[in-house]
Write a protein that binds this ligand. Sequence first.
Ligand code: SF4
Length: 783
Amino acid sequence: MGKTKHTGPVKLTKRPDPSLWVSKVPFGLGKVKPHHIRDTMKVVWENKDNLPYATRILTQGVCDGCALGVSGLQDQTLKGPHLCTTRLNVLRLNTMPAIKEEILHSDIEELKKLSSTELRKLGRIPYPLIREPGDDRFRRLSWDAALDRIAQKMRSLDPKRYGFYTTSRGITNEVYYTLAKVSRFLGTNNIDNASRICHSPSKTALTRSVGVGASTCNYKDWIGTDVLLFWGSVAANNQPVSTKYMYAAKRKGTKIIIINPYYEPAMDEYWVPSIPESALFGTKIADDVYQVNIGGDIAFMHGIMKHWFEMEENVPGSALDHEFIEEHVNGLEELKQKVVAYDWETLEASSGITKERMLELAQLLAKSKSAVFVWSMGLTQHRFGTDNVSQVANLALLRGFLGREHCGLMPIRGHSGVQGSGEMGADPFVLPGGGMDKDNRERVEQIWGFPIPKWQGDIVGVSLENALLPENHERHLSLYYLSGGNFLETMPNPDFVERCLANIDLRVHQDIIFNTSTLVDAKEAVIVLPAMTRYEQEGGGTSTSTERMVYFSPEIKGPRIEEARCEWEVYVDLAKRVKPEESDLINFTSAAEIREEIAKAAPNYDGIQHLKNRGDLFQWGGAWLCEDGICPTPDGRGNLIAVEIPEHRKPEGHFHVTTRRGKQFNSMIYDELDPFNAADRDDVLMNELDAAELGVAEGDPIVVYNQYGMYKGQAKFVNIKAGNIELHWPEGNVVIPQGVYEEFAGIPEYTTLVIVEKADSFYAHKDMKYKEKRIEELEMEPS
Ligand code: SF4
């Protein structure tokens, strides 16, 4: 933790710098690029029925898009307007009216024909609904009846047989905290959140490496650092305003390095709409791009470190920051032994990067005085995600890039609420203010006034699987209470997930809109509860950005949905119905009261209790965690972690596959076409050389398959590392194995191996086995 405070936004120079331009042709005419003005006009049109409210949300609220963080139109990094099309696209969720009654109560089979995008566009959920076996449509229910039904079921179950899940859809810290408390009050540790499938390895790895699972620095540290590395992160697409910070960094001479299998166009060139010269002529972002194999990052980082150790042999002090290591770091010898034992052939084969290229990055970092490492799902969504992130921390610790200006480790978050979810305790491994260890548990018990269950709760993937356990198993999931989320589109193997969801007695979907999972049957009932957005909640709410800024978002005057309720209030109401005899132990009556308690239960959040007006904010932990190299670990030192290169066992003819995002916000898809590379959702991004070997031409229908599933799409040639392909997420989840979780953080593995085949030859194989032929055809064949 640090004593230095963030100093607030800085001004961007207005003087243009033609050396950064993409081209002198204005507005990137003729290039594949987003059309921000056209997209903005589309959003204005979509929100035309509610424009004053939409404007108030944008100018007064805290963005419910990504976790870059902005209050109104002002952020803490740069002066000037902060707005992007992601926020504009999400805006409609807040302004649209309720679903029309005749559609809401239409035949369930008709609703099931709609995609999540189509369901989202129907409008908001207006009042509680129920559907039981045999019902061909949802029926209206009162809140009392709905909550009584859920409470009655909970009372009949051992708490190990029910669980809670919460997504990040604009959800506030107050809601997460209340749910964390209510679930323990009800006796269950089965509570998990959306970060399980995105940054849980970042939190786990950073905690073991530097003692704290959050970004150690600020976006301001990007501006003027010597090197800014994006590792498996397409921030330009997922956190669009970050490109403005990248532009500012370039103006200060920062080198931007991209490490990714696919040479992502958005990280190479960008037209930042709020900067006139960039909007007109574009900005060249990437100084260098390293196209690593999917899953080859650990080997790449070993290669960088191996070069450093070799440089040290030749010229001591030429690569490592010995002073920093001596004073602040453990584990150098063990790491060195591990790294130098790998030969270059192994490192090159695993990473896909040559020894010479690794040397270039090793030398660049060795001569740099500062660096910020930013990463995302490209590092975390692996069977070895925690090791990937600890490797990044290893690089930073060996060079002393920690705890000071222009240095740090930043797991950049994609959803506005997700940073706070774990910090508030909506997680099976943590409580507010710390882990589930005896000391923290007893401390929180003192504050809460009731015992916290001691058994280990399940992560979301395991909770789902538990639905298929035998009925009499003590962990058979009989009731799942879901606040948002759509596991059919976010978890691997959608068919398996659907079977799990359908095998739960009672499923509760507390949400603002329908998605495909809301419509899956349940054994006893599906109950749908209408939630408020963050802008509708009385007393406002807070959310925590990637850089640990806790922003206050006020209640904003505007139209309201008939019976939508504030989620923390619903949890309190439910808890009182399940355990009326102890109801005085869960008694929040206002958001301010919750913030008062958060400040006590999560000491890092001391200050949240003072947030009450539009624009109020504070940053927990100060500007830099681990300031001056002092880490919040038991001995105050950072830990180098010696990790193994993962075993890939890629058989001949197979490809590494991973998923990528297009024009979407998490799993919500806003356009079929990716504005950065003109890829369709079902395009399979592949290298032209790989395609040539398979006899595949651009646009050819192809099949991507493995033992887990099959995906049909068409070939799109892009500059991706040979031997690797990318599919869009969540569509590509059909080829991802179910039940493979990362050892330390429990994230499902979202990368695997596949075979790619031309569709006609794939079906020809099947035809030879007579699987595709119609009976008449078979009968007509001469014997
Ligand atoms: S970059 Fe993120 S925080 Fe900023 S406006 Fe866009 S979605 Fe919101």
